[in-house]
Design a protein around this ligand. Structure first.
Ligand code: DGL
Length: 274
């Protein structure tokens, strides 16, 4: 039996680190396990069934490590598999465990950022095609108009470690232009893919300073804190010795190196087989 009860954080690759970092900042005493399915990233172009099966395997793996609570720090996985996992799989696997996503907490507050009521969403093809952001923002902020743009090349730029090289500029500019051409009034751009904040320095160079670019990590972390305040039975089950363990289905050296650059200190990763 695992001796800890960490919070499990899952993404298709490195992107979920942008969410994990904010969670650790807000809950520094908690134990976390991060799992990146780097061997099978990107998830964005994959069909519904494949994303669902891969995500379910990851959730099951994190449950096996002793996590009572798993956060899908991946918009594509949240859009395509969260509801099915919550409604169909959890009652059979273990009804006392919980799986949460990143889309709902983001859409509950994103309308507060805009003054023009025109928001642009950048995401993977899977997230954009699911329409999840449009549907969920409409529920919380009926007056807000949402414009979407898929950015197919961005996740691979991050996974290959080329996101801060000159090679990133053209594909980033192409998608920003395609989004902003849809409406002159967009004053808020949400990075609706957890990989994209790693491209923030390039994005900020290209976007007019009057337009705010929002990464969702802090929003999701804040929402987790509130969730634990409301669900004391779950909060009481989580272990708190301040550890973070990193796992990848891909190359551990490569993951450790790339994650370490973002994390700001050396990251030692272990191999996970799903
Ligand atoms: N980081 C993921 C997201 O938030 C997806 C990246 C991928 O395409 O694998 O959507």
């Amino acid at each position: 039996m695992p001796s800890q009860s960490p919070i499990g954080v899952f993404d298709s690759g490195l992107g979920g680190l942008t969410v994990l970092k904010e969670m650790v900042r807000k809950l520094p005493d908690h134990d976390f396990i991060y799992l990146g399915d780097n061997a099978r990233a990107p998830y964005g172009p994959r069909d519904f069934e494949t994303v669902y099966q891969f995500t379910l395997q990851a959730v099951q793996w994190l449950f096996d490590q002793g996590c009572p609570l798993v956060i899908l720090a991946c918009n594509t996985a949240s859009a395509k598999s969260l509801r099915t996992i919550q409604q169909k799989n959890l009652p059979l696997i273990d009804p006392s465990k919980r799986v949460l996503g990143v889309i709902r907490p983001t859409t509950e507050v994103i309308g507060d950022y805009t003054e023009t009521n025109h928001i642009g969403i950048l995401g993977t093809e899977g997230t954009v095609d699911s329409g999840s952001y449009v549907i969920e923002i409409q529920k919380s902020f009926p007056d807000v108009i949402v414009y979407q743009q898929a950015c197919p090349a961005w996740v691979e730029l991050v996974e290959s470690g080329e996101h801060l090289t000159p090679k990133a500029v053209e594909p980033v500019k192409a998608c920003l232009d395609a989004l902003l051409q849809q409406c002159e009034g967009i004053d808020t751009i949400l990075l609706g893919c957890t990989h994209y904040p790693l491209l923030m320095p390039v994005i900020q160079q290209l976007v007019h300073p009057a337009i705010q670019v929002i990464a969702q990590g802090e929003i999701v972390a804040e929402s987790l804190v509130h969730y634990l305040q409301r669900h004391l039975e779950m909060a009481g089950r989580l272990s708190c010795s301040g550890t973070i363990r990193f796992y990848t289905t891909g190359d551990v050296e490569k993951f450790g190196h790339q994650a370490g650059i973002f994390w700001g200190e050396e990251v030692k990763a272990s191999r996970a087989s799903l």
